[in-house]
Design a binder for this molecule. Sequence first.
Ligand SMILES: Cc1cc2nc3c(=O)[nH]c(=O)nc-3n(C[C@H](O)[C@H](O)[C@H](O)COP(=O)(O)O)c2cc1C
Length: 211
Amino acid sequence: MRPTLFASLATPAKAVFLLERWAPNDIEYTSMRQLKLSKAFTLLEPGPVVLVTTYDGQQDNIMTISWTMVMDFTPVFAITTGEWNHSFAALRKSRECVIAIPTVDMLDKVVGIGTCSGTDTDKFAKFKLTPVRGKVVRAPLIKECLANIECKVSDIVEKHNIVVLEAVAAYLDNARKEKRMVHAVGDGTFIVDGRKIDRRKMMASKIPQGV
Ligand SMILES: Cc1cc2nc3c(=O)[nH]c(=O)nc-3n(C[C@H](O)[C@H](O)[C@H](O)COP(=O)(O)O)c2cc1C
């Protein structure tokens, strides 16, 4: 039997939990600071494993995505996913999502999120992650992540399961100590960010102004 609204609010703790979920924290109250949209691609260019959040009109959900692509210097990205995931219906219906970028300390959550489904799991609750309301889209940012990119779906190329996303706002939590992202090899192993090497001078002619 489906629980009634009254029954689901039966304990105060549950009521507070439901209220918090219904009204996520505001971005202003986190240490995320707005990042210039023209720099959003630098978060994806190294190809980290990301979390993609959606809202289908009823529930927030998260999936793990390692197939990402920076399409050019404008904030346009692509991910590869399809009907085999619960999130895809929300992406298609709402035409928006958030790309949240986790760090190495979150790896077990990242793998957990990518091995269960929003059809039967509230992943924000299960993985103790905090949904935060962004400025443009309804899909939530993830407070615990290093960075978040609010995106609108601009195209879905069904033949190749490619979802083209246009970023509309981006945030980076520079106050966060752990900044190392992870990269999926595809066989269940991961590579962690290592030494950063500077070739900015050499690449000057190829780097857009302000990046
Ligand atoms: C490390 C990792 C990377 C993944 N990358 C992708 C991906 O790029 N595209 C995809 O469709 N699924 C990918 N998945 C699988 C989805 O995250 C998984 O099917 C998830 O359960 C979907 O959740 P949902 O059904 O709630 O949408 C990945 C899973 C893991 C663990």
